[in-house]
Design a binder for this molecule. Structure first.
Ligand code: R5P
Length: 292
Protein backbone atom coordinates (compact mmCIF):
# COMPACT_ATOMS: atom_id res chain seq x y z
CA UNK A 1 0.00 0.00 0.00
CA UNK A 2 -0.54 2.30 -1.67
CA UNK A 3 1.43 2.22 -4.93
CA UNK A 4 0.92 -0.89 -7.05
CA UNK A 5 3.97 -0.14 -9.10
CA UNK A 6 6.24 -3.14 -9.12
CA UNK A 7 9.32 -1.59 -10.66
CA UNK A 8 12.39 -2.13 -8.50
CA UNK A 9 13.97 1.02 -9.84
CA UNK A 10 13.98 3.89 -7.36
CA UNK A 11 11.61 6.72 -8.28
CA UNK A 12 13.14 10.06 -9.21
CA UNK A 13 11.01 13.20 -8.84
CA UNK A 14 13.83 15.57 -9.84
CA UNK A 15 12.89 17.83 -6.95
CA UNK A 16 15.82 20.11 -7.83
CA UNK A 17 14.43 20.86 -11.31
CA UNK A 18 11.46 23.28 -11.23
CA UNK A 19 8.63 22.53 -13.65
CA UNK A 20 8.53 24.66 -16.80
CA UNK A 21 5.49 26.95 -16.46
CA UNK A 22 5.35 28.65 -19.86
CA UNK A 23 3.97 32.19 -20.02
CA UNK A 24 1.27 31.70 -17.35
CA UNK A 25 2.38 32.00 -13.74
CA UNK A 26 0.87 28.74 -12.47
CA UNK A 27 2.34 25.33 -13.09
CA UNK A 28 0.61 23.11 -15.64
CA UNK A 29 -2.07 25.61 -16.68
CA UNK A 30 -0.44 27.31 -19.64
CA UNK A 31 -2.65 25.62 -22.21
CA UNK A 32 -5.98 26.65 -20.72
CA UNK A 33 -8.13 29.39 -22.23
CA UNK A 34 -8.32 33.04 -21.08
CA UNK A 35 -11.36 32.64 -18.81
CA UNK A 36 -9.83 29.79 -16.83
CA UNK A 37 -6.56 31.67 -16.43
CA UNK A 38 -8.43 34.80 -15.37
CA UNK A 39 -10.37 32.87 -12.71
CA UNK A 40 -7.20 31.17 -11.45
CA UNK A 41 -5.65 34.64 -11.19
CA UNK A 42 -8.50 35.58 -8.85
CA UNK A 43 -7.54 32.68 -6.58
CA UNK A 44 -3.73 32.91 -6.79
CA UNK A 45 -1.74 36.13 -6.54
CA UNK A 46 0.00 36.54 -9.92
CA UNK A 47 2.99 38.23 -8.26
CA UNK A 48 3.87 35.56 -5.69
CA UNK A 49 2.18 32.72 -7.58
CA UNK A 50 0.64 31.67 -4.27
CA UNK A 51 -2.62 31.94 -2.37
CA UNK A 52 -4.06 32.16 1.11
CA UNK A 53 -7.47 30.57 0.75
CA UNK A 54 -9.65 31.14 3.79
CA UNK A 55 -11.56 27.89 4.34
CA UNK A 56 -14.85 27.92 6.20
CA UNK A 57 -16.90 25.30 4.39
CA UNK A 58 -16.73 22.86 7.32
CA UNK A 59 -20.44 23.23 8.03
CA UNK A 60 -21.33 21.33 4.86
CA UNK A 61 -20.98 18.10 6.81
CA UNK A 62 -20.49 19.07 10.44
CA UNK A 63 -22.88 21.97 11.00
CA UNK A 64 -21.86 24.88 13.23
CA UNK A 65 -18.17 24.11 13.67
CA UNK A 66 -16.37 25.82 16.55
CA UNK A 67 -15.41 29.28 15.34
CA UNK A 68 -18.05 29.22 12.61
CA UNK A 69 -21.16 29.47 14.78
CA UNK A 70 -21.71 33.00 13.45
CA UNK A 71 -19.88 33.46 10.19
CA UNK A 72 -21.13 37.04 9.95
CA UNK A 73 -19.34 37.79 13.23
CA UNK A 74 -16.19 35.66 13.00
CA UNK A 75 -15.38 35.45 9.29
CA UNK A 76 -16.51 38.70 7.68
CA UNK A 77 -13.73 40.70 9.43
CA UNK A 78 -11.15 38.32 7.88
CA UNK A 79 -12.30 38.79 4.27
CA UNK A 80 -9.94 41.67 3.43
CA UNK A 81 -6.93 39.44 4.22
CA UNK A 82 -7.87 36.38 2.16
CA UNK A 83 -6.87 35.88 -1.46
CA UNK A 84 -9.94 33.75 -1.98
CA UNK A 85 -12.77 32.16 -0.01
CA UNK A 86 -13.47 28.43 0.23
CA UNK A 87 -17.12 28.15 1.24
CA UNK A 88 -20.54 26.70 0.54
CA UNK A 89 -23.14 28.34 -1.64
CA UNK A 90 -25.50 28.56 1.36
CA UNK A 91 -23.10 30.75 3.30
CA UNK A 92 -22.18 32.69 0.18
CA UNK A 93 -25.77 33.71 -0.53
CA UNK A 94 -26.81 34.28 3.06
CA UNK A 95 -23.78 36.07 4.49
CA UNK A 96 -21.09 37.18 2.03
CA UNK A 97 -21.65 40.65 0.56
CA UNK A 98 -22.00 40.48 -3.24
CA UNK A 99 -19.52 43.35 -3.41
CA UNK A 100 -16.78 40.83 -2.54
CA UNK A 101 -14.32 40.89 -5.43
CA UNK A 102 -11.78 38.10 -5.02
CA UNK A 103 -12.11 34.54 -6.24
CA UNK A 104 -14.71 32.18 -4.83
CA UNK A 105 -14.09 28.47 -4.44
CA UNK A 106 -17.42 26.84 -3.83
CA UNK A 107 -17.88 23.43 -2.22
CA UNK A 108 -19.55 21.36 -4.94
CA UNK A 109 -19.70 17.85 -3.51
CA UNK A 110 -21.49 16.67 -0.41
CA UNK A 111 -24.20 14.45 0.93
CA UNK A 112 -23.46 12.53 4.09
CA UNK A 113 -22.99 14.33 7.38
CA UNK A 114 -20.71 13.47 10.28
CA UNK A 115 -23.54 11.21 11.45
CA UNK A 116 -23.11 8.89 8.43
CA UNK A 117 -20.52 7.27 6.15
CA UNK A 118 -18.58 10.33 5.05
CA UNK A 119 -17.12 9.08 1.80
CA UNK A 120 -20.45 8.55 0.06
CA UNK A 121 -20.57 12.02 -1.50
CA UNK A 122 -22.27 13.14 -4.69
CA UNK A 123 -22.14 16.26 -6.81
CA UNK A 124 -23.92 18.97 -4.81
CA UNK A 125 -24.08 21.90 -7.21
CA UNK A 126 -24.69 22.13 -10.95
CA UNK A 127 -22.66 24.19 -13.36
CA UNK A 128 -25.40 26.76 -14.01
CA UNK A 129 -25.43 27.57 -10.30
CA UNK A 130 -21.62 27.87 -10.30
CA UNK A 131 -21.84 30.33 -13.19
CA UNK A 132 -24.70 32.24 -11.53
CA UNK A 133 -22.66 32.62 -8.34
CA UNK A 134 -19.55 33.65 -10.28
CA UNK A 135 -17.46 30.76 -8.93
CA UNK A 136 -13.79 30.77 -9.83
CA UNK A 137 -13.53 27.10 -8.86
CA UNK A 138 -15.67 24.19 -7.72
CA UNK A 139 -14.25 22.06 -4.92
CA UNK A 140 -14.85 18.32 -4.93
CA UNK A 141 -13.78 15.78 -2.32
CA UNK A 142 -12.13 12.60 -3.64
CA UNK A 143 -11.69 9.47 -1.54
CA UNK A 144 -8.76 7.62 -3.11
CA UNK A 145 -8.67 4.14 -1.61
CA UNK A 146 -12.03 4.64 0.09
CA UNK A 147 -15.14 2.55 -0.26
CA UNK A 148 -16.72 5.09 -2.62
CA UNK A 149 -13.53 5.84 -4.54
CA UNK A 150 -14.99 5.38 -8.03
CA UNK A 151 -18.11 7.38 -7.24
CA UNK A 152 -16.07 10.27 -5.88
CA UNK A 153 -13.81 10.19 -8.93
CA UNK A 154 -16.88 10.22 -11.12
CA UNK A 155 -18.17 13.28 -9.23
CA UNK A 156 -14.84 14.94 -9.89
CA UNK A 157 -14.62 14.13 -13.60
CA UNK A 158 -18.22 15.28 -14.20
CA UNK A 159 -17.42 18.62 -12.54
CA UNK A 160 -14.18 18.94 -14.53
CA UNK A 161 -16.06 18.37 -17.80
CA UNK A 162 -18.69 20.96 -16.90
CA UNK A 163 -16.13 23.42 -15.54
CA UNK A 164 -13.82 23.17 -18.54
CA UNK A 165 -16.74 23.93 -20.83
CA UNK A 166 -17.17 27.33 -19.18
CA UNK A 167 -13.65 28.06 -17.94
CA UNK A 168 -14.42 27.36 -14.28
CA UNK A 169 -11.65 25.60 -12.37
CA UNK A 170 -12.04 22.39 -10.39
CA UNK A 171 -10.24 21.99 -7.09
CA UNK A 172 -9.72 18.31 -6.29
CA UNK A 173 -9.54 17.74 -2.55
CA UNK A 174 -7.88 14.58 -1.30
CA UNK A 175 -10.00 13.36 1.59
CA UNK A 176 -8.87 12.19 4.98
CA UNK A 177 -10.52 9.32 6.76
CA UNK A 178 -9.78 6.45 9.04
CA UNK A 179 -9.24 4.03 6.14
CA UNK A 180 -7.28 6.48 4.02
CA UNK A 181 -3.56 7.18 4.17
CA UNK A 182 -1.82 10.36 5.23
CA UNK A 183 1.84 9.68 4.46
CA UNK A 184 3.78 10.95 1.46
CA UNK A 185 3.28 7.74 -0.48
CA UNK A 186 -0.50 8.03 -0.21
CA UNK A 187 -0.67 11.78 -0.82
CA UNK A 188 1.61 11.41 -3.86
CA UNK A 189 -0.66 8.77 -5.29
CA UNK A 190 -3.90 10.65 -4.57
CA UNK A 191 -2.68 14.05 -5.81
CA UNK A 192 -1.29 12.61 -8.99
CA UNK A 193 -4.46 10.68 -9.78
CA UNK A 194 -6.54 13.85 -9.36
CA UNK A 195 -4.21 15.80 -11.64
CA UNK A 196 -4.07 13.04 -14.26
CA UNK A 197 -7.86 12.98 -14.37
CA UNK A 198 -7.96 16.71 -15.00
CA UNK A 199 -8.38 18.85 -11.90
CA UNK A 200 -7.10 22.40 -12.29
CA UNK A 201 -5.44 22.28 -8.89
CA UNK A 202 -5.22 20.05 -5.84
CA UNK A 203 -5.79 20.54 -2.15
CA UNK A 204 -4.10 18.01 0.06
CA UNK A 205 -2.19 17.65 3.32
CA UNK A 206 1.36 18.49 4.27
CA UNK A 207 3.60 15.56 5.14
CA UNK A 208 6.65 15.92 7.37
CA UNK A 209 8.62 13.62 5.11
CA UNK A 210 9.17 13.96 1.35
CA UNK A 211 6.58 16.66 0.75
CA UNK A 212 8.74 17.99 -2.10
CA UNK A 213 8.20 14.73 -4.01
CA UNK A 214 4.43 15.28 -3.77
CA UNK A 215 4.58 18.75 -5.32
CA UNK A 216 7.20 17.67 -7.87
CA UNK A 217 5.15 14.66 -8.95
CA UNK A 218 1.93 16.64 -9.36
CA UNK A 219 1.80 18.58 -12.65
CA UNK A 220 -0.64 21.23 -11.37
CA UNK A 221 -0.52 23.54 -8.31
CA UNK A 222 -1.01 22.09 -4.83
CA UNK A 223 -2.34 23.96 -1.81
CA UNK A 224 -2.30 22.45 1.66
CA UNK A 225 -5.18 22.29 4.10
CA UNK A 226 -4.44 23.58 7.57
CA UNK A 227 -6.00 20.66 9.41
CA UNK A 228 -6.85 20.53 13.09
CA UNK A 229 -6.03 23.54 15.26
CA UNK A 230 -2.46 23.46 16.50
CA UNK A 231 -0.26 26.01 18.26
CA UNK A 232 0.26 29.08 16.06
CA UNK A 233 4.01 28.52 15.70
CA UNK A 234 3.40 24.98 14.43
CA UNK A 235 0.82 26.13 11.90
CA UNK A 236 3.12 28.87 10.63
CA UNK A 237 6.01 26.41 10.43
CA UNK A 238 3.89 23.98 8.44
CA UNK A 239 2.82 26.72 6.01
CA UNK A 240 6.43 27.83 5.62
CA UNK A 241 7.77 24.33 5.02
CA UNK A 242 5.00 23.59 2.53
CA UNK A 243 5.62 26.63 0.33
CA UNK A 244 9.39 26.13 0.52
CA UNK A 245 8.82 22.64 -0.81
CA UNK A 246 6.69 23.66 -3.75
CA UNK A 247 3.16 24.21 -2.41
CA UNK A 248 1.39 27.11 -4.09
CA UNK A 249 -0.24 28.21 -0.86
CA UNK A 250 -2.61 27.19 1.86
CA UNK A 251 -6.30 26.54 2.24
CA UNK A 252 -6.49 27.28 5.92
CA UNK A 253 -9.50 27.27 8.19
CA UNK A 254 -9.34 26.16 11.82
CA UNK A 255 -5.79 27.39 12.37
CA UNK A 256 -7.06 30.85 11.49
CA UNK A 257 -10.63 31.10 12.74
CA UNK A 258 -9.98 29.07 15.92
CA UNK A 259 -6.85 31.08 16.71
CA UNK A 260 -6.91 33.41 19.74
CA UNK A 261 -6.30 36.27 17.31
CA UNK A 262 -7.68 35.36 13.87
CA UNK A 263 -6.84 38.65 12.15
CA UNK A 264 -3.27 38.56 13.47
CA UNK A 265 -2.99 34.95 12.35
CA UNK A 266 -4.25 35.44 8.79
CA UNK A 267 -2.07 38.53 8.33
CA UNK A 268 0.95 36.51 9.47
CA UNK A 269 0.08 33.52 7.30
CA UNK A 270 0.01 35.92 4.34
CA UNK A 271 3.59 37.00 5.07
CA UNK A 272 4.75 33.39 5.28
CA UNK A 273 2.99 32.38 2.07
CA UNK A 274 3.61 35.42 -0.10
CA UNK A 275 6.89 36.73 1.29
CA UNK A 276 8.63 33.62 2.66
CA UNK A 277 8.72 34.97 6.23
CA UNK A 278 10.53 32.41 8.38
CA UNK A 279 8.56 30.65 11.15
CA UNK A 280 10.19 32.28 14.19
CA UNK A 281 9.96 35.75 12.72
CA UNK A 282 6.39 34.99 11.72
CA UNK A 283 5.54 33.95 15.25
CA UNK A 284 7.01 37.20 16.58
CA UNK A 285 4.88 39.07 14.08
CA UNK A 286 1.79 37.16 15.18
CA UNK A 287 2.46 37.95 18.85
CA UNK A 288 3.02 41.60 18.11
CA UNK A 289 -0.18 41.90 16.09
CA UNK A 290 -2.08 39.94 18.70
CA UNK A 291 -0.95 42.22 21.50
CA UNK A 292 -1.34 45.46 19.63
C1 R5P B 1 -13.22 20.83 5.40
O1 R5P B 1 -14.39 20.75 5.58
C2 R5P B 1 -12.72 21.53 4.25
O2 R5P B 1 -12.28 20.75 3.20
C3 R5P B 1 -11.73 22.60 4.60
O3 R5P B 1 -11.83 23.54 3.57
C4 R5P B 1 -10.28 22.17 4.71
O4 R5P B 1 -10.12 21.04 5.52
C5 R5P B 1 -9.40 23.30 5.18
O5 R5P B 1 -9.76 23.68 6.47
P1 R5P B 1 -8.83 23.34 7.72
O6 R5P B 1 -7.62 24.21 7.56
O7 R5P B 1 -9.65 23.70 8.91
O8 R5P B 1 -8.45 21.89 7.65
Amino acid sequence: MPEADYSKKEKNFYTDIPAEKGSFFLKGLNHYDWGMKNRMSSIFNPESGRTVMLAFDHGYFQGPTTGLERIDVSILPLLPYADTLMLTRGILRSIIPPTYQNGLVIRSSGGPSVLKELSNEQIAMDIEEAIRLNAAAMAVQVFIGGEYETQSIHNMTRLIDAGNKYGIATLGVTAVGKDLGKDAKYIRLASRILAELGVTYVKTYYTEKDFDTITAGCPVPIVIAGGKKMPELDALTMAYNAVQQGASGVDMGRNIFQSDAPIAMIKTVREVVHNDLKPNEAYDMYQELKNS
